[in-house]
Write a protein that binds this ligand. Structure first.
Ligand code: GLA
Length: 399
């Protein structure tokens, strides 16, 4: 996140904590949301992603408490959620926003650190449910906050922190997501995209040519749910079934769709169940696009990169079928606009946001076209977020 936005967010969290609980907070954790540039649904298939942390996030500030209970408030919510940190339980509809905090506490306990009582207030400038992973921002900022508040609790390197945050979302919240969001929020680097191999967890930063290309996020306002039982979990299961088919019928060494090459796919496509074939087709070629996209960026070819983004969206629409008409409309409007390199869905799907890579001189006219075109079709404006690739999470101790 840009340092001024970040300082403002931290200050807001600190002031809100004092207002709500009295003392100066002792620790603050701050973490950004993310935008997925390429690599849609490849993460849990152990494939490749190209992602960036964005200029918006969540800050959570607080103090330890003598009492063996946790109290968490949010500047956006009317209620304070109180729970026993030694045995966190999921909240009802009014307090489920705090499940991400509880999930991190739960995972820290499972890792052998007994989290003590604390009071905390969080504040956000990342829109919720908008496909920019406010959830990862909350998980990662909470982990940073607690590990700073209780420095002897546990020592985790950055990747272990991202993995712990993912487990909190998988096991406590119940969303079977991959590592993309939490990784981006932890590792974000200003001015850079991050290329991650979700199998080896090796990664590298790839410079974004900010003078030539800017990122605009257009949120459709259609809420997506990643919880068990939804489309996301269904896609995951289909990918696993596809990999199992290749393992049984083609090559015993196939563990996930990451191991299926384009040639293997083309040779066997007619024998494969048509739905599984479509899902596999998206994943197999998406992995190719991520590698090619990273190489295009590294050689300064923004146009080729943008084309890859648009090809991804086409594959999402035709083969993975996880978009929504509203997101398709935003992508289509963007693609028709002068100076746009490419556009695609970012994130899980069934709503959420489009990410649009464009020339800096057209941001204004593009925004106007998106507002106008979307309003004409859906009677409301999309939420537009101009963002820069930003720095990942951090924590501060202040007393
Ligand atoms: C959501 C999940 C990620 C990833 C994307 C799709 O954001 O949280 O793990 O699967 O969808 O690429």
């Amino acid at each position: 996140m840009s340092s001024s936005r970040r300082s403002e967010l931290i200050e807001r969290a600190r002031a809100a904590f004092q207002e709500r609980f009295g003392p100066e907070p002792e620790a603050v954790g701050v973490a950004p949301g993310r935008v997925e540039l390429l690599g849609n649904h490849t993460d849990y298939n152990e494939g490749f992603v190209l992602t960036a942390a964005i200029d918006r996030g969540i800050a959570i500030a607080g103090c330890p408490s003598e009492a063996p209970r946790a109290r968490v408030a949010s500047t956006d919510k009317p209620n304070t959620v109180t729970f026993d940190p030694s045995a966190p339980q999921k909240g009802d509809a009014e307090s489920d926003w705090a499940d991400y905090v509880k999930g991190v506490v739960d995972q820290l306990n499972k890792a052998g650190a007994n989290v003590g009582g604390f009071d905390a207030v969080l504040t956000s400038d990342v829109p919720m449910g908008a496909g920019v992973s406010s959830s990862a921002a909350l998980l990662v900022s909470t982990a940073q906050f607690l590990l700073t508040l209780y420095p002897n609790l546990l020592s985790l390197d950055a990747m272990a922190l991202a993995k712990l945050a993912r487990r909190a979302e998988n096991e406590f919240v119940g969303a079977p997501v991959g590592l993309l969001d939490q990784f981006s929020s932890v590792f974000g680097r200003e001015g850079h995209a991050l290329f991650l191999d979700c199998r080896s967890l090796q990664w590298r930063a790839v410079a974004l040519p900010t003078s030539k290309a800017r990122i605009l996020i257009a949120d459709s306002g259609v809420k997506h749910a990643l919880a068990a039982g939804g489309g996301y979990a269904e896609r995951r299961a289909q990918c696993e079934a596809g990999a199992a088919w290749f393992r049984e019928n083609v090559d015993k060494g196939v563990k996930t769709l990451r191991d299926v090459t384009p040639t293997m796919l083309e040779e066997n496509a007619p024998r494969l169940d048509p739905i599984l074939e479509k899902r596999a087709r998206h994943i197999v070629y998406e992995n190719v696009r991520v590698e090619m996209g990273a190489a295009a960026l590294e050689s300064g070819n923004v146009a080729a990169f943008g084309e890859m983004m648009s090809n991804t969206h086409e594959s999402i629409r035709r083969f993975f079928e996880n978009s929504a008409p509203e997101v398709d409309a935003l992508v289509e409007i963007a693609q028709g606009h002068d100076g746009v390199f490419g556009a695609k869905l970012s994130g899980g799907g069934w709503g959420g946001a489009a990410v649009i890579l464009h020339r800096p001189d057209v941001t204004e006219s593009l925004s106007a076209a998106l507002n106008e075109g979307y309003r004409a079709r859906y009677g409301r404006d999309p939420l537009l977020i101009e963002t820069e690739a930003a720095q990942g999470a951090e924590a501060l101790r202040s007393a």
